[in-house]
Design a protein around this ligand. Structure first.
Ligand SMILES: *[C@@H]1O[C@H](CO)[C@@H](O)[C@H](O)[C@H]1NC(C)=O
Ligand SMILES: *[C@@H]1O[C@H](CO)[C@@H](O)[C@H](O)[C@H]1NC(C)=O
Ligand SMILES: *[C@@H]1O[C@H](CO)[C@@H](O)[C@H](O)[C@H]1NC(C)=O
Length: 971
């Protein structure tokens, strides 16, 4: 990386010195030097930030704006996957007014104090990065600052008192950091945040702030949002808060506040009041003046026992009332349920008694009434049909009611809104890293992120009108094509915020360009985008944009930078790779992908990854090859060395200097595809090491070449072997192939960390070496089972026709069992020699219908079984094998065995095969076969120990073949 940086910097210098385009204002020398040092500490700067693009102000560097004097006034690089630290030289850009580096999760280190030199700065946005250390007190110098958003970083230490000097501040967001200590209050000699009388937004939630709030608020303040939730504030709620009549959202929940709630009757503009989960005492506050109040949560405090307050029935704007554990008694007022906007009532663990009456003209929007653990002994709920929970009330002890749904825990779950793509063809799917654009049903790299609403005025997540308004506002304000917004995973998260996964789609093509990313990122980070009013305040954190994606491993920055690299996905290369779609895509996206490739400089950091082996954990074992090295070992990529070709390019065999034979996949120019496939493939392949998996040895990225270097697997695909040499593959050899490939898959499912679902198991992805040892190839479609609940990955359907798990196809719930299904199909191929679908007949159905246990000779499969193994069809082992295959292709994923079980079963079958001319090991070698673990009891179900070693080619296995070199990592 250093070298590349130096090179870039050098070129930049040369340019600035020599070639400023006439008529354009040359960038100020101090600013050039500042930009140069900023770049020096960043990787993944946009390609326009390169020497060839010319003078920074003169040429259009993405995200940069300058004034007439060549001074940089705006630096906005949101969402471009910058990595590295913020150089101290930022302070030299002394005319800077806007600085937005939001949503670059790879930006880390401390914020340099020199930011305090940017006297013209009005907007500083570092949201959604990984900055650490304390917030420099020098920010207090920035007298012109209006918008300061440092949320969702890892800042620690206290809030600097000097922020109280930012008298023009409109927006102050420090949420979701690790800040500690009190909110500073001014003294005779020091400033404090109580001086910020013009500020509208105090967003301090999700930190570890403590101390009391005494002295912080006063009647001169004009705050509209006070978000102090999820901290450790103590003491009482200051009475002065009741004098800030501009207030719309007051969240003090999840703190340690005590005492009585002060008089807040003046807060007549309040939309949300959340004081839940504190230690407040006294009577419930009087809210009857708050005529626009939508959401109230006073749960889990220590309020005095009392009956339901009057405002329960008079606040006509209420959508949600929550007072869990509130010592409320008496009858639940019937009029509560007739409030016209009401959606949710949560009054569990109180002492309400009498008869619950939900009848008459109740709110049409009412979805949830939770009255668990009260003392209600009768109900009349004639007109209410949605969720009602009365569990733990005397009424449920009554035999007449105990069978009612409202007395059981299980309530029907309402299904939150999701943007529909139902008008798109059911069969069309997108690659795993793309999503479907609801506007045109095309696949694209969407710009994704979570939008979090800190105080929505509603609780109903099923209302499509509500969320369609959000969609419309997004595509309108962000200037996208109508309908090019997809919302999903809508839920209230553990902090009781409404979280929405937002995918935005490019207006043309499949990619956003850098300037589009920067502009959308800014609109969402600086609140230019305004959601519909009932969504309340929000923040947005973008996911890394996939085509520019940077591997972030456990929060640690990886040196693994990416470029757009050609469609190199499958291993070995003798096979016809099922990546035609990648090829097609690559052609279609050729131009854009090229742009993308030039934008990043993967070459640089890969070189670094090589030098700094500890810094590239994803590349375990894979080494970097120079172009020259690979050129010479393939005889200058001569035709005679070519062993395969496809849409992605060609595959060559070669011999490395050390004599190792390799298969080299060389992308042809023009078959560029997205970086993610390449990254996925290279990371996966370099991390998994098992003798039944094709190993990645290394890669080359040089001179516009992208190549992957694999171990050479000499004998072609299982499919080819079945076709060409059917009779050569006797039954026992087939069992061994089944065992080897099953072991490879079992390793992926059960021992790889994180577990890997192959997603495209088929006979053309199983390669055979000279000893017919099976090796599973092609992880191009693999899906890591991370983050998600293990065994349940919801994703778009991928795979190959004939091998596709029907349950996965229908539910899109991907699990390891989908691979098991595909493997079952491969087992049936081994039995029949046929392709899964031949002449319109599907092998699974054919076998299922033909099986006849009464047929002692062929198990009913005479017409189906491969003639080459017809004799074996008489054996019990054959039957067991077919039965196992049928279990694997069971319609129900739950009924299919795990891959580990398949391994054990096939091992047992092999052990029961008689020694014969197939070359089975002699009985005498059985002890070594299992490393002393006794016949029939292998040391480990997928141990690398061959069961019938030496059975082919006169014992060709070398000693190293027996070394268990796979990595067993604890999950
Ligand atoms: C509010 O502002 C006025 C005028 O600047 C000042 O006199 C007064 O002391 C302030 N009140 C509080 C509570 O700070
Ligand atoms: C709360 O304050 C208002 C005026 O600000 C006053 O009218 C009302 O009586 C007070 N309520 C209580 C309970 O003191
Ligand atoms: C219901 O609660 C009210 C208020 O606490 C109490 O006065 C009344 O006696 C209770 N009724 C019954 C039947 O327990």
């Amino acid at each position: 990386m250093e070298a590349a940086t130096r090179r870039r910097a050098l070129l930049l210098l040369v340019l600035v010195a020599s070639s400023v385009p006439a008529g354009l204002c040359a960038t100020n020398a101090q600013d050039v030097s500042a930009l140069r040092s900023l770049m020096g500490q960043w990787s993944n700067v946009p390609s326009s930030w390169s020497a060839t693009a010319g003078d920074p102000c003169g040429a259009a560097w993405d995200g940069l704006m300058c004034d007439a004097n060549g001074r940089v006034t705006s630096l906005r690089l949101s969402s471009v996957n910058l990595q590295g630290t913020l150089s101290n030289s930022i302070g030299q850009l002394s005319q800077l007014m806007f600085l937005d580096l939001s949503f670059n999760i790879g930006l880390e280190g401390t914020m340099p104090a020199s930011v305090g030199n940017l006297a013209q700065l009005t907007t500083l946005i570092l949201a959604g990065c990984s900055f650490t250390g304390s917030i420099p007190q020098e920010l207090g110098n920035l007298q012109k600052m209006t918008f300061l958003a440092l949320n969702s970083n890892k800042f620690s230490g206290g809030i600097p008192a000097s922020l109280g000097l930012l008298s023009k501040l409109f927006w102050l967001d420090l949420a979701d950091n690790q800040l500690t200590g009190p909110v500073p209050i001014s003294t005779a000699t020091t400033p404090g945040l109580n001086l910020l009388t013009g500020t509208k937004h105090f967003h301090f939630n999700k930190n570890q702030l403590s101390g009391t709030l005494t002295g912080l608020f006063n009647s001169n303040m004009t705050l509209i949002h006070i978000l102090f939730d999820s901290n450790q504030f103590s003491g009482s709620i200051p009475a002065e808060i009741g004098s800030i009549s501009s207030l719309q959202v007051l969240r003090l929940d999840r703190n340690k506040l005590v005492g009585a709630v002060p008089n807040i009757t003046n807060l007549v503009k309040l939309n949300e009041l959340n004081l839940a989960t504190n230690r407040l005492t006294g009577l419930l506050p009087d809210l009857s003046t708050m005529s626009v109040l939508n959401v109230v949560d006073l749960s889990k405090n220590a309020f005095d026992a009392q009956v339901a307050p009057n405002w329960f029935t008079t606040l006509t704007s209420l959508t949600s009332v929550s007072i869990s554990s509130g010592k409320l008694s008496g009858v639940v007022p019937k009029a509560l349920f007739t409030l016209p906007q009401l959606q949710e009532v949560v009054l569990d663990n109180n002492q309400f008694n009498g008869t619950l009456e939900i009848s008459g003209s109740i709110s049409k929007q009412l979805q949830t009434v939770d009255l668990r653990f009260n003392s209600i002994f009768d109900t009349a709920t004639t007109s209410y049909k949605k969720a009602l929970v009365l569990l733990g009330n005397p009424v449920c002890a009554d035999a007449a009611f105990s069978g009612q749904p409202f007395c059981s825990i299980q309530q029907e779950n309402t299904i939150a809104y999701t943007t529909s793509t139902s008008k798109c063809s059911l069969t069309s799917t997108c690659r795993s890293d793309q999503s479907m654009n609801p506007a045109n049903c095309g696949c694209a790299y969407s710009y994704n992120g979570k939008m979090v609403f800190r105080a929505p005025f509603f609780k109903d997540l099923t209302n499509s009108d509500t969320f369609q308004q959000l969609e419309t506002s997004l595509w309108t304000q962000l200037k996208l094509r109508d309908g090019a917004v997809s919302l999903s995973k809508i839920h209230f998260n553990s902090d009781n915020y409404l979280q929405v996964q937002v995918n935005l789609f490019p207006s043309s093509g499949a990619l956003f360009n850098v300037s589009e990313l920067i502009s959308i990122g800014f609109d969402l980070s600086n609140q230019t985008y305004k959601p519909p009013a009932n969504f309340g305040p929000y923040y947005f954190i973008a996911d890394p944009y996939v085509p520019l994606a940077v591997a972030v491993d456990g929060g640690k920055k990886s040196k693994f930078s990416t470029g757009a690299i050609a469609g190199i996905a499958a291993a070995g290369g003798l096979l016809v790779i099922a990546l035609i779609f990648v090829g097609l895509f690559a052609l279609r996206q050729k131009r854009r992908a090229k742009e993308l490739a030039e934008r990043t400089d993967p070459f640089a950091s890969w070189g670094a990854a090589q030098k700094d082996s500890g810094g590239a954990p994803q590349l375990k074992g894979a080494r970097f090859f120079s172009f020259e090295e690979l050129k010479s070992c393939t005889d200058n990529f001569s035709d005679s060395q070519e062993i395969g070709a496809g849409g992605y390019g060609k595959v060559y065999k070669g011999t490395l200097v050390d004599g190792m034979r390799v298969a080299i996949k060389r992308a042809q120019s023009g078959s560029m595809q997205g970086a993610p496939e390449f990254k996925n493939e290279i990371e996966l392949l370099s991390r998994v090491h098992h003798r039944n998996l094709v190993s990645l040895i290394g890669f080359c990225y040089e001179q516009k070449e992208q190549m992957l270097v694999y171990e050479f697997v000499s004998n072609g695909t299982l499919r080819e072997n079945l076709v060409v040499r059917g009779s050569y593959l006797d039954w026992k050899k087939r069992l061994r192939i089944a065992l080897g490939s099953a072991r490879g898959l079992a390793y992926l499912h059960e021992l790889a960390d994180p577990p890997i679902i192959h997603r495209d198991v088929k006979s053309t992805n199983i390669l055979l070496d000279d000893n017919l040892k099976a090796k599973v190839a092609d992880f191009g479609l693999s899906k890591l089972v991370a983050d998600t609940e293990k065994g349940h990955v919801s994703t778009q359907v991928k795979g190959t026709l004939g091998y596709l798990d029907p349950e996965y196809y229908m539910t899109q719930q991907l699990s390891e069992k989908s691979d098991v299904y595909s493997f079952g199909v491969v087992m049936l191929e081994l039995v029949s020699g046929r392709q899964p679908i031949e002449k319109g007949k599907y092998i699974v159905r054919e076998v299922r219908q033909a099986i006849d246990p009464a047929d002692r000779d062929h198990y009913g499969l005479r017409a189906i079984v491969d003639p080459a193994i017809r004799d074996a069809a008489r054996t019990a082992g054959f039957r067991r094998f077919v039965q196992l295959a049928m279990q694997c292709v069971d319609e129900s994923a739950a009924a299919r065995p795990a891959m580990g079980t398949v391994v054990k079963e096939v091992e047992a079958m092999l052990l029961n095969e008689p020694a014969g001319d197939g070359g089975v090991s002699s009985a005498g070698s059985s002890a070594t076969e299992f490393e002393g673990a006794g016949r029939g009891a292998p040391a480990h179900p997928y141990s690398d120990v061959e069961i019938t070693r030496g059975s082919y080619g006169g014992g060709g296995d070398t000693a190293s073949d027996y070394m268990p070199y796979f990595e067993v990592k604890p999950k």
